[in-house]
Design a binder for this molecule. Structure first.
Ligand code: 0O2
Length: 242
């Protein structure tokens, strides 16, 4: 066999007759095409990983819909007002990797970032949040990875929600994969506050005095909405005891 056949076709295509400029061109093309191939491979892996997260979201969303259905049969009311799902945007993933000084590769995305797949379950009452969280966590294919209770321990700015990171299996054609999903459970009032606070947070370049004034106003709004949640829960408890 001709020696050059054992090399990559582009390298192999170099001949002694090539001028050095032609050789340089072929080598540059070889490296360009190779890195392009690597990029394509990484992109394919990333697409496949994102698709697995999408499947995991479907699994967890179905679990909540089943619980909602069963509860509405037994108690004639739905504990879930709304479910929202999202896959974290590439910009947001990149920002998180940079912020945590993590390498920019598929492995660190999968092992270090727990909120690529996110599901938000908006409930009617505070008790529904804990009831749904307990029901989900008692299912034998769900593993709890992390739990943050920002309802019992609100963030300094007033943010409230129950956050769970769970691992759920997805069954593909030839394999089973365990995927992480971040579940945020909150009431309508908590969702209302978080949405508006999120919108206002993106108004940048505010002077310090305005920033501290708005932070204090927002924190008061969070306390008022928490009070509203407690009052609504109390009214529900009274009616249910009748
Ligand atoms: P998005 O658009 O939902 O993806 P980190 O994610 O690194 O900041 P950690 O500890 O992993 O920190 O997350 P944490 O604090 O448990 O929750 C992060 C998510 O909760 C955020 O996701 C928001 O969705 C929500 N969240 C947390 N704190 C606040 C807050 O003060 N205000 C509002 N409106 N939402 C909050 P992302 O990635 O920031 O955004």
């Amino acid at each position: 066999m001709d020696k050059k056949d054992t090399f990559n076709p582009i390298i192999g295509s170099l001949t002694n007759d090539d001028s050095s400029a032609a050789m340089a061109q072929k080598i540059v093309r070889f490296f360009k095409e190779n890195s392009l191939a690597e990029m394509k491979e990484s992109l394919e892996k990333l697409k496949s990983l994102m698709s697995c997260y999408q499947c995991a979201l479907l699994e967890v969303e179905t679990k909540f819909r089943v619980l909602n259905e069963q509860f509405s049969l037994q108690h004639e009311r739905n504990p879930i007002e709304m479910i929202k799902t999202r896959i974290k945007s590439p910009e947001s993933i990149q920002e998180k990797l940079v912020r945590r000084s993590l390498p920019m590769n598929i492995n660190s995305i999968e092992s270090e970032i727990y909120d690529i797949a996110g599901i938000r379950v908006i409930c009617s009452f505070i008790d529904d949040i804990y009831m749904l969280a307990d029901c989900l966590l008692s299912q034998d294919d769900i593993t709890l990875i992390a739990r943050k209770d920002y309802i019992k321990n609100p963030k300094e700015n007033g943010y409230r929600s129950l956050h769970l990171v769970v691992e759920v299996p997805i069954f593909l054609q030839n394999e089973k994969r365990l995927m992480k999903v971040e579940v945020q459970l909150r009431t309508i009032a908590m969702e209302f506050w978080a949405n508006l606070e999120h919108k206002l947070r993106y108004k940048k370049n505010l002077p310090d005095d305005i920033l501290s004034l708005t932070a204090s106003e927002l924190s008061q709004c969070a306390d008022m909405s928490a009070e509203l949640d407690i009052k609504m829960q109390n009214v529900k408890n009274i009616i249910e005891k009748m």
